[in-house]
Design a protein around this ligand. Structure first.
Ligand SMILES: Nc1ncnc2c1ncn2[C@@H]1O[C@H](COP(=O)(O)OP(=O)(O)O)[C@@H](O)[C@H]1O
Ligand SMILES: [Mg+2]
Length: 342
């Protein structure tokens, strides 16, 4: 097997007892410009004060409706967007501090798997070229044989036949294309992968295969995942912990089973009530919580608690005060709510 070139050493001393990823009060605001002078008139507060730690080897699920800021948070972790405030630490090193050596090492350590394998693969490149590109960018394998061996190894890891390297993305099924996307993400030997809705575009029958593959790879390669989905049922089994996002904030975080059994935030309760129960007898009596109104604009979030305009438990206090995430604190279960669900 080919030998990878040595990974640049990180500057700080980090131990696995500390979080691998430490997001601290992160804000990512996008300016809205108007007029001839293109002056900034307002901001889309895509991520608006998020703190989140992910431990080595852990999978943290990140769920919430479309537009709540999940991808922006994931992109900030990959340094694809700059934070407006706050910071992201990886192995104790800030991703956003200037400086050479440490950052070059970090670039390879964090990878992303995208939602849409159709859109994220260049149709003019062969699958082999797509997967090997990171090998070239990071100068990982010297010589054609070593490179070819590594490519075959990557294809094999994701359950594709190494002979498929000569083919083009359009010759593959949706599930196979996502396997290509995963192989490409693995090429730089990352430790941390942001999985941004990796199964949302796939048929339900294929979703489980891809999730199983991601779980298998996690064990084999000792990976850590931030697993984004808009649907709680997708992240239930793969996640150790789940964070629920609403309008740029985390409103609840808990162990996966705990969150499903004892949701505290009314928003989480409403998301859970929307999941059908496979047993028809129980399903018939399932109480659905129907949220009223639309998601407010992230340009002008409501005062106090951002969920209050759609909340069945909201009181006057909720319009006046913004509940911090530790308003409810039961062990490592936290919820940003003054009037939590019993
Ligand atoms: N590059 C951008 N410029 C301006 N607004 C953006 C940009 N990216 C995302 N947004 C806005 O930020 C909000 C959060 O988007 P996103 O992070 O993609 O949410 P999600 O992944 O949860 O669907 C949305 O209102 C979206 O329109
Ligand atoms: Mg998204």
């Amino acid at each position: 097997m080919a030998e990878a070139t040595a990974r640049p050493q990180l500057k700080s001393v980090w131990t696995a007892a500390e979080p691998l990823l430490d997001v601290r009060d992160l804000k990512v605001w996008f300016p809205i410009r108007a007029g001839l002078a293109q002056r900034t008139v307002a901001h889309v507060r895509a991520v608006d004060g998020v703190s989140l730690q992910v431990g080595q080897g852990e999978t943290v699920g990140l769920v919430g409706e479309s537009g709540c800021g999940k991808s922006t948070l994931g992109r900030a972790v990959l340094k694809l967007v700059e934070p407006t405030a706050g910071e992201v630490l990886y192995k104790g090193t800030s991703l956003h501090s200037r400086g050479g050596g440490a950052m070059r090492g970090l670039r390879r350590e964090i990878a992303m798997i995208f939602q849409d394998p159709y859109a994220s693969l260049d149709p003019r490149q062969t699958v082999g070229e797509i997967i090997s590109e990171p090998l070239d960018i990071h100068h990982l394998y010297e010589g054609r044989t070593a490179r070819r061996d590594r490519l075959a190894e990557l294809l094999d890891l994701v359950g594709l036949n190494p002979r498929m390297a000569q083919r083009y993305p359009h010759e593959f099924s949706g599930g196979q294309r996502q396997r290509v996307g995963i192989a490409r993400a693995l090429a730089g030997e990352p430790s941390f992968i942001v999985c941004d809705e990796p199964v949302s575009a796939l048929d339900v029958s294929i979703q489980a295969q891809i999730i199983n593959l991601l779980e298998k790879l996690q064990q084999r390669l000792n990976l850590t995942y931030l697993f984004i989905a808009h649907d709680l049922s997708v992240v239930k089994h793969i996640s150790n912990r789940i964070a629920v996002m609403y309008l740029g904030r985390i409103v609840e975080i808990a162990g996966s089973n705990e969150l499903h059994r004892r949701p505290k935030h009314p928003y989480t309760a409403s998301l859970l009530s929307a999941i059908p129960i496979p047993d028809p007898k129980i399903e018939r009596h399932r109480q659905r919580i129907i949220l009223t109104g639309d998601v407010p604009s992230p340009v002008n979030p409501p005062s106090g608690c951002r969920f209050r305009t759609r909340c069945f438990n909201a009181q006057d206090k909720c319009a006046q005060e913004d509940p911090p995430l530790d308003t409810v604190q039961l062990g490592d279960h936290q919820a940003a709510c003054f009037f939590p669900v019993e």
